[in-house]
Ligand binder design. Sequence first.
Ligand code: ZN
Length: 86
Amino acid sequence: MSKVVKNKLYVFNETHKECEICGKSAELRPYGPNGANVCFECGMKDEKTAIQMFEKRIKNVDTMVIVTNKIMHNIWILFIAGAGAI
Ligand SMILES: [Zn+2]
């Protein structure tokens, strides 16, 4: 789960759930169309929307805190870090 507290976005690893687009069990993020929870592959099929949804999420955020013990294995975290740098 990720949550915004004051102006900080805390990004955590997610437990696997069913993607709202393809139904695959995966780590989901709310960056699909209209904030749908999607797997990485579905998110990247429409990368422009994924970036827009992420930017909406960080609108009032000035600090991002990534809370994970497996950062190199989390492809969403890499996306978030990249999109945040755009
Ligand atoms: Zn999917």
